[in-house]
Design a protein around this ligand. Structure first.
Ligand SMILES: [Zn+2]
Length: 269
């Protein structure tokens, strides 16, 4: 599933190719994604992309008259291709920019394309979201206030988009490992100092993943797109049964909040 680093990498990958470019046409092959695809041909043809932004895992492609909100769902990716190259299976929508096309590929069709003429940050899908994890708004004081009185496992709190956006299973697992905090620990029982360590770990892990282009991304911009190097550097995620890099104990996993969580019983408490 694309997580925040993949979406940010996608944004950085596509922006130079579409920013200030005019849409020459739109092809909608599959109008039924998670929600019905709006009439993009009529809405976008002839309009110029003014900005390519990201909020949480939503890409915001801004035009003068509105914003296209893109969510990649479980399996979506965006890819630039020459307009005359054949569409692949599951290439559902193509925004055409002259001889280039930006194609939404999404085998499971949980992705979404939404159109709004209002401030996209006030869209019902976006307006209740928590702060960006890499922003100054996500800090130890903030997290402490949100953890107060909450028995929720810290891992579930981190993955709650109303608390902080864009921290999926991989990055929550890694950040908790680095901070030495057990993923099932009740949020309210973690000291402000340890929360500070955790916030720093979240920023480090996400920042590093963005730098490396995300973990799961294959081809956000072209066929030679550099795939996720970061996956090879995960210390906890996907490593149950292996030795902990820090203390040598065997990493274990269990279900927390319906998600598999891998952690070290030796050094995460
Ligand atoms: Zn350990």
């Amino acid at each position: 599933m694309p997580e925040l680093p993949e979406v940010e990498t996608t944004r950085r990958g596509i922006a130079p190719h579409i920013l200030d470019h005019q849409i020459s046409g739109v092809r909608v092959r599959q109008p039924r994604l998670r929600w019905p695809v709006p009439p993009l041909q009529q809405l976008l043809t002839g309009h110029r992309v003014r900005a390519v932004e990201r909020r949480a895992k939503y890409l915001l492609i801004r035009f003068g008259h509105g914003t296209l909100i893109v969510h990649l769902g479980m399996s979506g990716s965006l890819r630039l291709a020459r307009h005359d190259s054949p569409l692949r299976k599951h290439d559902h929508v193509e925004l055409q920019f002259g001889d280039q096309g930006l194609r939404l590929h999404d085998p499971r069709r949980f992705g979404a394309l939404l159109w709004t003429t209002d401030d996209p940050l006030l869209h019902p899908r976006l307006r209740t979201l928590g702060p960006e994890p890499l922003s100054t708004g996500f800090n130890a004081t903030y997290l402490h206030a949100r953890a107060k009185g909450r028995k929720t496992p810290i891992k579930s709190l981190l993955m709650d988009g109303h608390v902080v956006v864009g921290i999926g299973n991989i990055y929550a697992t890694e950040a908790l490992f680095r901070a030495g905090i057990h993923p099932a620990r009740a949020s309210q029982r973690i000291s402000p100092q340890r929360l500070e360590t955790l916030v720093a770990a979240v920023k480090t892990v996400l920042g590093y993943a963005i730098e490396r282009g995300g973990t799961t991304l294959r081809d956000f911009v072209n066929e030679s797109g550099e795939p996720g190097y970061f996956a090879q550097e995960l210390l906890a995620y996907g490593r149950a049964g292996q030795a902990c890099a820090r203390c040598g104990s065997t990493l274990t996993s269990r279900q927390i909040g319906q998600r598999t969580s891998t952690y070290c019983p030796g050094c995460q408490h």
